[in-house]
Design a protein around this ligand. Structure first.
Ligand code: UD1
Length: 425
């Protein structure tokens, strides 16, 4: 028996909700701790399944990891193993982020191929090419990425696409390489700025974080630090969409509204009244039925692909027709099949979707295929008549701390039903 959520339709969400540290930052910061012998402390960590999974990955190479509420302490020993083979590797994408630090520190890594959300093809060619430019060999052998170098040297690296994961892996390896590395067409996501800030506190010399050119002057050694994870902009945006979809009034704290400028502008275009509180949060109030808006996903500062399901869900109850274009992960439109079960008038053509808004969705059993699709289905269920059953909710638990509790506090009625499935162990 696995768990599902019973989502009662018809709620209007009101009140305040606090966002904690970003999943897509904390997991990389945990990997960065491998670069320095001693105890690194990370605070403001979200209580989600992926954090203990990443802890298992770090334990598999010899670290001692303690999780105490929202604080994670990682003690990296003098002798680390270069083989990351925990079964947790296959459950999360971010596990591949141990590759860069292991190659940087040990000049050798054997890292099981990562798992994570089924959102489309997720190759590692840019990670491998970047490491090769730094002087390592890299191949895929028996389900593992294998990389090895006599020594790493600085290099000029151009990424074909501003990949978040490749930027992070190359950054972490280059931090301990001889000489200067320049990464061009680097990812500009706030999570990159966060990891660059933490590496800087550890003694790395990095310039250009948050721009598309990162310059890393390699140092001989890094030291442990204490670092606070930035607020989760994707979770913050989820609450913003939830307010807009339910014609609610929600104040979100713990997230920097500058990280969500385009998202909040889109919601203004849909008719929301948005107030921002510098560096602290924002309020979204939706007085009338939302109006249709077009969305195009792109690397940051474009509209995040992780928010595409919410764009589809909002459009499905808006007045008018929206065009949504997915440029990053083609398989993310699978979510639309589930939205159609809920009565959405939506169809896809290649990487475009056309969604004609309906007054109300209609409850049905639906299945979450990944973290954000799962959360999107829950928000859609709030706009449906009757009770929508959302299945495979272990996906949602990977990304959203206290999701049901937070929604219920904002005025929704959602019941968690059943016992955790094997995936949630
Ligand atoms: C991260 C996020 C994910 C988000 C994505 C894009 C984590 C754990 N996950 O994933 O939630 O949706 O950024 O914002 O932080 N690509 C290649 N070759 C590579 C690497 C990537 O072709 O070597 C392609 C991917 O298939 C994809 C695009 O580049 O089409 C972007 O991927 P990337 O930015 O690397 O995403 P992740 O870091 O895996």
């Amino acid at each position: 028996m696995s768990e599902h959520f019973d989502v009662h339709g018809g709620a209007r969400l009101t009140g305040e909700v606090e966002v904690v540290g970003a999943k897509n930052s904390v997991l990389k910061l945990m990997a960065a701790a491998l670069l320095a012998e001693g105890t690194t402390t990370i605070t403001n960590c979200p209580r989600i399944l992926d954090v203990p999974l990443m802890a298992d990955v770090l334990r598999s190479v010899g670290c001692d990891v303690e999780i105490d509420d929202d604080v994670v302490r990682i003690t990296t020993p003098a002798e680390l193993s270069h083989e990351a083979s925990s079964s947790a590797m296959s459950k999360l994408r971010a596990s591949v982020c141990v590759l860069g630090p292991l190659v940087g520190k040990l000049k050798k890594a054997v890292v099981a191929l990562p798992g994570g959300d089924a959102i489309g093809s997720r190759p590692l060619d840019m990670h491998q090419n970047g490491l090769r430019k730094l002087g390592a060999t890299s191949s895929i052998e028996h389900g593992c990425v294998v990389a090895e170098a006599d020594g790493l040297h600085g290099a000029q690296i151009w990424l074909d696409f501003p990949s978040v994961g490749a930027t992070e892996n190359i950054l972490m390896a280059a931090a301990l390489a001889d000489g200067t590395t320049v990464i061009d067409n680097a990812a500009r996501e706030p999570e990159i700025a966060d990891i660059a800030a933490m590496l800087g506190e550890m003694g790395a010399k990095i310039e250009g974080a948050g721009t598309s050119t990162l310059t890393v002057e390699g140092v001989a050694e890094l030291k442990p630090t204490e670092h606070r994870v930035i607020g989760d902009r994707i979770v913050g945006a989820t609450w913003a969409f939830a307010a807009a979809m339910t014609r609610g009034d929600v104040t979100v704290t713990g997230v920097d509204p500058h990280h969500l400028e385009l998202v909040l502008e889109k919601l203004r275009l849909a008719g929301a009244e948005v107030t921002t509180y510098d560096g602290k949060g924002f309020r979204v109030r939706q007085p009338e039925r939302p109006e249709s808006v077009d969305f195009v996903t792109l690397p940051y500062p474009g509209f995040a692909t992780d928010l595409q399901p919410f764009a589809v869900a909002l459009s499905s109850v808006s007045e008018g027709t929206s065009m949504i274009t997915e440029n990053v992960y083609e398989a993310r439109f699978r979510f639309i099949e589930e939205m159609v079960r809920l009565g959405a008038d939506a169809r896809t053509d290649g990487h475009h979707a056309v969604v004609r808004g309906v007054e109300q969705l209609s409850s049905a059993p639906v299945w979450a295929s990944d973290i954000r699709a799962g959360a999107g289905l829950v928000l859609a269920g709030l706009c449906a008549d009757g009770i929508t059953e959302v299945w495979d909710v272990f996906h949602i638990d990977r990304g959203y701390p206290n999701f049901v509790e937070n929604l219920n506090r904002l005025g929704a009625r959602i019941d968690r039903v059943g016992t955790p499935g094997p995936e949630a162990d």
